[in-house]
Design a protein around this ligand. Structure first.
Ligand SMILES: N[C@@H](CCOP(=O)(O)O)C(=O)O
Length: 461
């Protein structure tokens, strides 16, 4: 299995090289040359597998340069840190299935991929006797999951940029209370998009990338998307039987990585009816799916801060397929975006987009109302991001097809919003309670590439 770039400027590379490359050296995103196909019989055979066994079967279809026993060990160690025996259990309330992705160390879906990626980096670095300096951007969840995925790992430094004051207080504490020498938090005066721009600029400076061995933990790294594909299969296997096979997934969407993992699962043959892309007020992707309007506007702060994003990096991966794998068109689209602040689509392309996705934008009032009403009716507490997905699913997806809503974070990460919506205190897991009063370390700086570069160079240990 080899990996190519959406921008067409690299020779195909093997999986481990793709993991280490992160962003492709031509500025594009890496994708597999082909997708392993999963037959109906194969799916039936997978019904009795544990999460870890299923992960091994799916991931190994994309990896041919790690011995199976080593891959199994990486997977088993990654999911041994989860607090639920099923890793990503599915529960049912009010006619929708909730796929709980928050049983990892930082209580967000990011742990599913970042525990694995942390171990994978460590494995590859030991094999190659190399060091890695990770640089990543976060709107709240990726940062803490990445930090916890690599803290204490030999040969790895991590630098995480987050928008100052724009994450939830718990998200900020989960990052800044990790004061290990190899962990650096940078609070940027700006938005997540500013942070992501800086990270991409550093990766696109190929001399700098090579000199300082940069590594990516954002979903620009293919391994992130790959690990997330697994739970679409896992959920599908939990909510179907041999007769009932159709499932739709509602995905709270920010950087488009999670829903792209669902798109990959569908490409592999998983019978998915609809992928519902749910956004908050930062709804560029909803405008795109519903009206073909992919035009940039300002980032707005909301009760679901992890989704406060305009420029979703994984959108490029989808564009590559929408453009029938024509890299020149992908490059053209990003030139148009830079010059005109928008990308335009033909009616034939929009028909294909709407066959792949449905979409809804759920505003803050609706989000809080959904948390409150869902809690009153079922006793279950949704976090604001999950509530965006649940509301979109209840409004848009027909009830005669199983509706799986991805629960991307634990409600206690967003206590203030949840308490406002339910008029009750959110039960606090011990891991979060323990954060309060701990020493913190974080450097505040402008959204300035040179300032970040200088800090990075000074702090590599
Ligand atoms: N919502 C994310 C933003 C970064 O997305 P990623 O999937 O590319 O890491 C966050 O919580 O940081």
């Amino acid at each position: 299995m080899h990996y190519i770039s959406t921008r067409g400027g690299i020779q195909p590379i093997a999986f481990k090289d793709a993991v280490m490359m992160g962003l492709a050296t031509d500025g594009g995103l890496l994708l597999p040359e082909a997708y392993p196909q999963v037959s109906r019989q194969q799916l039936e055979e997978w019904r009795s597998l544990s999460y870890q066994e299923l992960a091994f079967h799916i991931i190994s279809g994309f990896v041919d340069d790690i011995p199976p026993a080593d891959l199994k060990d990486l997977i088993n160690r990654s999911y041994a840190t989860f607090s639920h025996p099923e890793i990503t259990p599915v529960v049912k309330h009010d006619g929708v299935y909730i796929l709980e992705l928050f049983h990892g160390v930082t209580l967000a879906f990011k742990d599913v991929a970042l525990q694995f990626l942390g171990n994978l980096f460590e494995y590859i670095l030991a094999e190659r006797n190399e060091q890695l300096n990770i640089i990543g951007a976060t709107s709240g969840d990726t940062g803490s999951a990445a930090i916890h995925g690599v803290r204490g790992k030999k040969g790895i430094n991590i630098f995480i940029l987050h928008p100052h004051g724009k994450t939830s207080p718990v998200q900020a504490l989960q990052m800044t209370t990790v004061t290990d020498a190899n962990v650096h938090n940078i609070a940027v005066s700006g938005t997540f998009d500013d942070c992501q721009d800086i990270v991409k600029a550093l990766f696109n400076d190929l001399e700098f990338k090579k000199k300082y061995s940069l590594g990516a933990v954002n979903s620009i790294n293919w391994a992130r998307v790959l690990a997330q594909v697994v739970y679409y299969f896992y959920a599908w296997l939990r909510v179907t039987d041999e007769d009932e096979r159709k499932v739709s997934f509602s995905v709270p969407t920010g950087n488009f990585g999670d829903i792209f993992a669902g798109y990959v699962a569908k490409k592999m043959g998983l019978p998915i009816d609809k992928l519902l892309l749910a956004t908050n007020e930062n709804n560029i992707l909803t405008r795109f799916v519903n009206d073909g309007d992919y035009s940039l506007s300002d980032v707005v702060s909301t009760a679901s801060p992890s989704m406060d994003i305009q420029l979703a990096s994984n959108f490029e991966r989808y564009l590559f397929y929408l453009y029938n794998q024509d890299s020149a068109r992908v490059r053209g689209a990003f030139t148009q975006l830079k010059e005109q602040g928008r990308i335009t689509f033909s009616s034939e392309e929009m028909a294909r987009v709407q066959a792949d996705f449905a979409s809804a934008s759920v505003d803050q009032a609706q989000t809080l109302e959904t948390i409150g009403s869902f809690n009153r009716e079922t006793g279950y507490i949704l976090d604001p991001h999950t509530a965006v997905g649940v509301r979109a699913a209840l409004d848009l997806l027909p009830a005669d097809i199983a509706r799986v809503c991805l629960a991307t974070a634990h409600p206690a990460k967003f206590g203030e919003a949840v308490e406002k919506a339910t008029s009750a205190a959110t039960p606090i897991p011990p891991g979060i309670a323990a954060l309060h009063g701990k020493p913190t370390r974080c450097d505040l700086m402008d959204a300035d590439l040179e300032q970040v570069k200088d800090f990075f160079i000074k702090h590599i240990v």
